[in-house]
Design a binder for this molecule. Sequence first.
Ligand SMILES: *Cc1c(COP(=O)(O)O)cnc(C)c1O
Length: 329
Amino acid sequence: MAEAVVGDDVIDIDPTTRQLEETTAAMLGKEAALFMPSGTMTNQIGIRVHCQPGDEFLCEYQSHVYLYEQGAFAQLSQLVAHTVHGEFGVLDVEQLRPCLRMESDHSVRTRLVCLENTHNRGSGRIFPLDKMTAISDWARQHGLKMHLDGARLWNAAVATNIPEKTWAAGFDSVSVCFSKGLGAPVGSCLAGSEEFIRRARRARKLFGGGMRQSGILAAAALYALEHQYRRLAEDHTHARLLANSIGKCEGLSLLPDQIDTNIVIFRIDPRLGTAANFLAQLQTRGVNGLVTAPQNLRLVTHLDVAKDQILQACHAIEGVAQSLCQFSA
Ligand SMILES: *Cc1c(COP(=O)(O)O)cnc(C)c1O
């Protein structure tokens, strides 16, 4: 990062940022890409550029763009979200067909479908490729655009051995993050056609996301792609180790059983107390997590947690569950 060659990306270009954008666009099989400070910004600008005020997009009801971005599509872009209840984030094209609105002066206009892969609230679930393709084929038939929130698309690609460009093929725009499992400190890219990215660049300035010597940050993202990408597979192995331990514990249940990538969510039976209490007990043993519902706890594996620490975490989970079970008996 200290040695990055920099320019001024707001005035014209920053060469290191340009290199990251070209690398990312090539990986995603798109004409161009644009670097931004966050995945929230790449998602919200992606959605905005596809739509006009008064338009509606379809998304899963637990998707990040809907739940965790303050409804920015409404606050900043005057758009409406139409949410559909999926199974751990996965939708079927049959669920979307009835959502398409008829052309009418009374209605908002359906314009876009937004999918998420892997799905954060769905425990890192991989959206099956055939289901995605069926949705994008349907969307295209009806003149709808497709946006992919691929904050963790790298995890889906590593877990399945299906390259990012195959996953991205059915989409007009794709957002990816360098700051999740890849471990870069900051940054996301939005990818799409040249024309789309030209319009996104204008919106990025509007949103305050133009950054001048951004090559310092882009250098970290390039490093992450080069050095931390392959090891995502270890995170998936680690997540399965955690899931095995959780599966053995009385009073704990995995949501869902199937662990696709690097996120493990589990439910704590109320007999053992709340998720907040369970987490407090884990924290005294050096393990952190996130309470996602009163009885649910989320654990995420990443490059800062090594195998021996995972085994320590397994031990801690089993220990806490056992002591709380004894207490409740
Ligand atoms: C993290 C994440 C984002 C982007 O979040 P930022 O904190 O704004 O970078 C978007 N989508 C999903 C699914 C995420 O997990």
